[in-house]
Write a protein that binds this ligand. Sequence first.
Ligand code: PLP
Length: 401
Amino acid sequence: MPDIANRLTNVAISASVAMTQKARELSAEGVHVVTLSTGEPDFPTPDHAIAAAHAAALAGDTRYPPVDGTPALRAAIQRKFRRDNHLDYPLSQILTAGGAKQIIFNAMMATINAGDEVIIPSPSWISYADIVKFAGGVPVPVACLQENGFKPRPDDLQAAITPRTKWLLLNYPGNPTGAVATRAELLAIAELMLHHPDIWIMTDDIYEHLIYDDATFYTLAEVEPRLLDRVLTVNGISKAWAMTGWRLGFCGGPEPLIKAMSNVNTQNSGGISTLTQAAAVAVLDGPQELLKERAAIYRQRRDYVLERLTSVDGLLCHRPQGAFYLFVNIAAFTGKTTAGGRKIGNDTDFVMALLEEQQVVTVQGAAYGMSPFFRLSYATSLDILQEGCNRIAAFCQGMRD
Ligand code: PLP
């Protein structure tokens, strides 16, 4: 049989996709599964986005698009960056692609030479390390401990920097912990990075609008303009606007980087669906109140899950200030045995046993680079969260030494 490229040897199927697949299989067998693993909002696409896509289709806007994005969309993105982030990118410094994921992919493909290192504060979104490996680079995780709010300390970042370091990747509010960096924390990182002029910095701001309590969202390029020539500011419509299926991500960044990424874009994509682009203009330029209304609903769900799980003996929760995930420490259960007789050696055992004995789907912390934890997504209804919490509590209470 012809073989598969070596570059795929180290690239894994994402654990959250694998868990979701397992849950689908169980559901198909008629089992009542509670899925708390998916990283996507349960809200519908806003009506005005659908109307705009429909109108574009009827108007014949169905031909090949400009690969980097239509002028209308890039102008809407420019306005968004000005309005929300006080960033004034010229149109030549704005690019779109099929999701933030493809933006990140293009950035890595455009810059990484074999063996280049990419610093990834961890726990982190599963795909960063795989994309880096795919591009021929070496992911360098920097452990961000629970006691530090799952955020990197500048000294830890400094210790990870070598002459091969090409990128620092930042993601706040973060997946899987919901950590939000304060302005002061970003300034401290900026201060460090000013001493390392040969390193690109990416801020993945995809959860920008999902922010709670008194937390305020800042992005690095806005707090330290001296880094503007090295920062790639990444965002998209998937999480904020519940438009995961439309596949649109965008970024602003320094012109040489954007040009190189655009080159990659031209080879791996013919541009994004024209209908998606029309829908994106509608949400980026349209009324913004919906974002706050939905954030309030997520906050209510977070509070519910937090209260329920904090009251379960042995589970150690932190209070996420953004995104829609809870990253729960299960150290107290390692070495124990479940009601069904399964030995819990690590967090993968924990989530597998939780799935098999209580049919609740979560994802093990190991998948995000930190154990022993599990990630739960609360981007689902309160009814489902209630059922999920009941089952998780029963599972934990059933453990014995
Ligand atoms: N960045 C982070 C941190 C994510 O968690 C996700 C999705 O889970 C993405 C990017 C992907 O976003 P998009 O749907 O725009 O590709």
